[in-house]
Every structure is written in structure tokens, then in C-alpha cells.
Write a new protein. Structure first.
Length: 292
């Protein structure tokens, strides 16, 4: 009677994959009402009856509940039915509008290409290091992809690896940069939100850097991107300086960026709940903890 289990599992797979019962019934040349009785009543009750009855009796008890399924015909045709069902594969065609947010995301990626000319180029970013009280200096590249279908974002990290992502300009004042700061298959998404000044070729972009610290806690930090060049040349970008700069080595210009991005209140961090009580006192403690 294992074949009845295989039959049910195959029908269930097809149903969960979006194939309609009538389509399944037509495929195996079975009346839809018979297939429905088999799937919704006979087989579930048969499996339940197996807990207390032998297989033959369990099936008999389940068939009593319907009047349109023949035991003889079911058992005589089951091998052929399963073979036919194994030939039926769902048509995997996802409608992007089934997930309206994902669809809007893709649409905005395309529209953003028309809005990036004013800010394309190479930038130097300044923010607080997650590991120390140092100024983190990292080049950013904002350019069009080779096929000009999306805004390509590159970041040369303080540890000299290049991370790639994409950008979306939702309107004339806001831009979102998304990339993975780890090599696949690891996925550690980072979002950089930038404000776009309302004039052509801005020299500076300010925003928030949202990611994880070294303890895997969510953290948000101020970030400043200062335009270095209008070039989008990869070699120029890849050979730029990046790293962590201690306070005693900051230039006067870097000191200004440090003062803006690395002071108390410039970091918001979510920490592991400090106690087992999980009450309002834990929330107070978390707000007092700053990420350095």
C-alpha cells in the first residue's frame, strides 16, 4: 500500500506548486470529483486508519466515506496513475506582481538609471569603525552597470576587499545602496541611505550606514561620502586608499569627518537582551549602550 502514499504525495506536490485539481484530473483521465474525494477524504482517512487497522481494512473504512471511488479501479490503475503524475510538472512562472514590493523594487532599479548622472563618480566615505574608535575610510564607486540596467555600487572596504551591490534613487532627495559585505554563499546585507542635495554634481553625500557589528548586532552609524572624482574607472577606484585611521593620525579635514560621524549619539545599536527578565529595564539598558 506504499503506492497510496506516493500517490498522495505527488498530488500534494502538484497542488502546492499551483497546479489546479481539474488540470491534474484531466491529465490522468479521472473525473475531478473522484480526484477530489480521493485527495481530500479517502487517502487522509486511510493514513489515519492505519494507526489502528491493517492496510486492507484501513482502505475499506476510508472508502465507506465516499460513493464515487472504486477500490478495484483505484488499485488496478494506481501504478499507471502515479507514472502519469510524475510526467506532469508545474509551470514555474512567477508573476512579479504576486509580490508587489519585489516588483516595485525591480521597477525602481530601472527608473533610477535615469536619475544617477548628477552623482556618478568615485567617493571617499568616512564613518566609525565597528572594531575600534577609529575613523573608517572606504572608497565608494557609483556608476551604471555595463548593460546600463541598474546603478552599480562598489565599496573598497577597510580590509581591501571589493564589495558590489546596487543603488535605488527613490526620488530626487533619497538614495539607497545595497550590498553584501561577505563572499557568497554567506549573506550579510548592508544598506547605506544617502541624502541627495538639490543641486548638480554635489561634492558631499551624507547618510546612515546600517549593518551588523562584529557580534552580529544591528547597528546604524552616520556616514559621509566626499566626491573624489567624476570618473567611474574601476582601476582608479580599486587602487585608492582605504583603512582605519587612529585619532592621532587624522588630518584636519579627516578630524572634521571624525567629529561628525564618531561622537556620542552618532551610533544606534541593538544589543542582545541583557537579562532574562525581558522587561522595560532591558530596553533602558540597551539605549545606554553605544557601539564603538
Amino acid at each position: 500500500m506504499n503506492c497510496l502514499q506516493n500517490l498522495y504525495q505527488r498530488i500534494e506536490y502538484l497542488r502546492n506548486s499551483g497546479v489546479k485539481m481539474k488540470e491534474i484530473a484531466d491529465w490522468i483521465d479521472m473525473p475531478p470529483s473522484v480526484l477530489s474525494s480521493l485527495y481530500t477524504t479517502v487517502l487522509p482517512n486511510y493514513f489515519n486508519n492505519l494507526k489502528t487497522y491493517p492496510p486492507e481494512e484501513a482502505l475499506e473504512q476510508a472508502l465507506v466515506l465516499v460513493n464515487n471511488v472504486s477500490k478495484k479501479r483505484l488499485l488496478n490503475s494506481i501504478d499507471n496513475t502515479i507514472a502519469r503524475l510524475n510526467e506532469l510538472e508545474p509551470d514555474i512562472q512567477t508573476n512579479p506582481k504576486d509580490n508587489i514590493f519585489a516588483w516595485q523594487f525591480q521597477e525602481e532599479m530601472l527608473h533610477s538609471v535615469q536619475r544617477v548622472d548628477s552623482i556618478k563618480g568615485i567617493y571617499i566615505s568616512y564613518s566609525l569603525s565597528s572594531s575600534s574608535d577609529y575613523l573608517k575610510v572606504e572608497p565608494f564607486l557609483i556608476a551604471l552597470s555595463e548593460n546600463k540596467e541598474y546603478i552599480r555600487i562598489g565599496r573598497l572596504s577597510a580590509y581591501k576587499d571589493i564589495q558590489w551591490g546596487f543603488g535605488i534613487i527613490g526620488d530626487s532627495q533619497n538614495m539607497y545602496c545595497f550590498f553584501n559585505e561577505n563572499e557568497p554563499p554567506h549573506f550579510t546585507p548592508v544598506t547605506v541611505y544617502l541624502q541627495l542635495p538639490l543641486f548638480h554634481q554635489p561634492k558631499q553625500l551624507r547618510g546612515l550606514y546600517l549593518g551588523l557589528d562584529y557580534n552580529r548586532n544591528p547597528v546604524a552609524r552616520r556616514i559621509v561620502l566626499v566626491k573624489e572624482s567624476e570618473s567611474t574607472n574601476f582601476e582608479e577606484f580599486a587602487n585608492m586608499r582605504s583603512g582605519l585611521v587612529p585619532q592621532e593620525e587624522l588630518s584636519p579635514e579627516e578630524q572634521a569627518y571624525y567629529d561628525y560621524t564618531c561622537q556620542e549619539g552618532d551610533v544606534i545599536k541593538m544589543c542582545t537582551v541583557p537579562s532574562l527578565q525581558m522587561n522595560e529595564n532591558d530596553l533602558i539598558k540597551e539605549k545606554k549602550m553605544l557601539a564603538l
